[in-house]
Design a binder for this molecule. Structure first.
Ligand code: AMP
Ligand code: MN
Ligand code: MN
Ligand code: MN
Length: 276
């Protein structure tokens, strides 16, 4: 079964409207799809309706931005109740600093001679409240500063490079608690992407498990095949279920919907007891 439990619409930093995203997933053969926009639930209703039309089993999801020991990490919530008031209010507070952060990023880019990036990023953001580094990367590509988004994140927008602004996101304990309060399951997103040494990474996994985290992403767009193996092993060792998600943001931007390898058969899939 083709299950894709991580992707983004233009409600956050994806390129496609929620309904178009769902139709694309259907055409790629995805049978079970979760929409997991950053810190935002607004796309779920449209996506759910489109999934009903397209015959795709739909999972209400979200990807929450967290600051853990000074590092940004992402926690995906799956099967959340999208009308849960506490989750909605909490995400509103997580989102609220983005415009201010974008102004700080733009000021930093000005110090290396890149002008107009606040307005430029905003032109790419469907929803100004959700302006993200992805929108800055698209601006830097569009104005010819860099050839592609990957270079934008290599030379700018990351810690130590121009255009990075520190920001305090949610606490890990809060993010997991909101997801669980809304009836959902917490999944640590793309654990291979964090710049943590192996002991800090294992401390993160242990803390996440202690808080009630259920799964980690093993097969995801930003992991290498070597990382599929590494995180499959960590899922086994820590007793986590495993998840699979493309982290699709748009056509020709990273992995395609439903396109990645399947999980190893011995792993406990996070969707195993969902009845699909
Ligand atoms: P933000 O939440 O504004 O900090 O933006 C984070 C987003 O930037 C992620 O969700 C990805 O979509 C994107 N991103 C981060 N690092 C990279 C990278 N190395 N290459 C491409 N996109 C990235
Ligand atoms: Mn993103
Ligand atoms: Mn992420
Ligand atoms: Mn994502």
């Amino acid at each position: 079964m083709n299950v894709d439990l991580h992707c983004h619409s233009n409600v956050s930093d994806g390129l496609l409207a929620p309904a178009d995203l769902v139709r694309r997933a259907a055409s790629q053969g995805v049978a079970v799809l979760a929409l997991t926009d950053h810190d935002q639930l607004d796309g779920l209703e449209e996506a759910r309706a489109a999934a009903r039309e397209a015959g795709v089993a739909f999972v209400d999801g979200v990807e929450i931005s967290v600051t853990w020991r000074g590092t940004t990490v992402h926690v995906v919530g799956l099967r959340i109740d999208a009308s849960h008031a506490r989750l909605g209010a909490a995400l509103e507070t997580v989102r609220s600093g983005r415009i201010d952060r974008a102004r700080r990023m733009a000021r930093d880019l000005e110090t290396v001679g890149i002008e107009g990036s606040f307005e430029g990023a905003m032109r790419h953001a469907e929803n100004p409240q959700m302006v993200s580094r992805t929108h800055f990367a698209r601006f830097l590509v569009a104005n010819g500063t860099v050839p592609d988004a990957k270079s934008a994140f290599r030379h700018y927008l990351v810690p130590g490079k121009p255009g990075y602004a520190t920001h305090q996101w949610a606490a890990l304990a809060d993010a997991v608690a909101w997801i669980r309060a809304a009836g959902g399951q917490a999944v640590l997103a793309h654990p291979g992407r964090y710049r943590l040494g192996s002991s800090a990474l294992e401390a993160l996994l242990a803390e996440f498990r202690g808080l009630g985290g259920k799964a980690i992403e093993v097969v995801t767009g930003s992991h290498s095949p070597e990382q599929y193996r590494q995180f499959a092993e960590l899922a086994r060792r820590f007793g986590f279920a495993a998840s699979r998600g493309s982290d699709f943001h748009g056509p020709r931007e990273g992995a395609e919907l439903g396109s990645l390898p399947q999980l190893d058969a011995d792993l406990r899939a996070v969707w195993a007891d969902w009845g699909h």
